[in-house]
Write a protein that binds this ligand. Structure first.
Ligand SMILES: [Zn+2]
Length: 305
């Protein structure tokens, strides 16, 4: 009987290692017992991940170029409350969105419809965004994924170099809790284990993002999905105004679990080289004061004042 138990244990361990070896993971998941493909080895999972137009990136605000075509977005049905499913997919928490929700303008070539949203975060409210602004990593980043309106599935949209538009939002720690996040954050308690899902209702995208008048300042560049297959088919928009969440609310995301039941933390890809790409900013996006001061200080030091 004991022998049989050992055999079963060995077989299950061997299976775990084999299954993990071909799979991708975040740096936080790598241990001697779990040797998965960390971000520096994602090109083994998909060669696209070694491409020249990868995401995320660090945005150096003083190197961004102002683009007058980057006008405010038109958000259609963002205020509509919907019922949907929310799932722990082993890498993040993902929420399916009704296709009636669309975005246009904002310098986009056409109308894009919402597909899903998911997030990237750190360890217990620590740094965890994927994009960084002048080297600053925020505690969390929201990705609302859209595809060109005439496509019916994301797979087809990804074969178009402008097929996908992702709206990225940063989070900042606030003193008080963000009540508008309660239905979403409460649902996290029901999906701690990988592949768990539950339904969520009475939620709208408007209640998850900053008010529309604060969404005119954003950055724009062309990049990729930030998980394998790393497909370079994404028009990226990163909004300047962050979403407030309390420390307690941010920490609740770290209660989710990877497939091995370890805490789901550090779910971000490190920033990728720009490789000559230009990052644009909308008409009103401001160069951060710290950079402006740095420029002023340099000019002064050079005796140009
Ligand atoms: Zn993402």
């Amino acid at each position: 009987m004991q022998q049989l138990t050992v055999c079963v244990l060995l077989a299950s361990c061997a299976w775990t290692v084999c299954a993990a070896a071909g799979d991708w993971c975040y740096q936080s998941q790598f241990t001697c017992d779990h040797q998965c493909n960390t971000p520096d080895k994602w090109n083994k999972a998909n060669s696209n991940c070694a491409g020249k137009n990868q995401s995320p990136i660090n945005i150096v605000t003083r190197k961004t170029v102002k683009d007058k075509t980057l006008i405010p977005f038109k958000f259609i049905n963002y205020e509509q409350k919907f019922r949907t499913s929310i799932k722990n997919n082993g890498h993040s928490v993902q929420v399916v969105l009704p296709h009636l929700t669309t975005i246009s303008d904002g310098g986009l070539p056409t109308t894009y419809k919402a597909v899903q949203f998911h997030l990237h975060w750190g360890n217990n409210g620590g740094p965890g965004s994927e994009h960084t602004i002048d080297g600053e990593q925020y505690p969390m980043e929201l990705h609302i994924v859209h595809m060109k309106h005439h496509y019916t599935d994301l797979g087809t949209a990804l074969s178009d170099p402008e097929g996908v538009a992702v709206l990225g939002f940063f989070y900042k720690r606030s003193v008080g809790a963000n009540r508008k996040y309660e239905p979403f954050i409460n649902a996290l308690g029901s999906i701690r284990a990988t592949n768990a899902n539950t339904s969520m209702s009475g939620i709208s995208l408007t209640q998850l993002i900053p008010p529309e008048q604060n969404l005119t300042n954003y950055y724009r560049y062309k990049g990729s999905l930030t998980t394998p297959g790393c497909t370079e088919a994404v028009i990226w928009t990163l909004f300047e105004d962050p979403i407030p969440l309390s420390m307690e609310q941010l920490q609740l995301f770290s209660n989710l679990q990877f497939h091995d039941r370890k805490p789901m933390v550090g779910t971000f890809r490190p920033v990728q080289p720009l490789n000559g790409r230009q990052v644009f900013r909308s008409g009103s996006a401001v160069i951060l004061a710290s950079s402006a001061l740095l420029v002023a200080a340099t000019v002064t030091a050079l005796g140009l004042f």
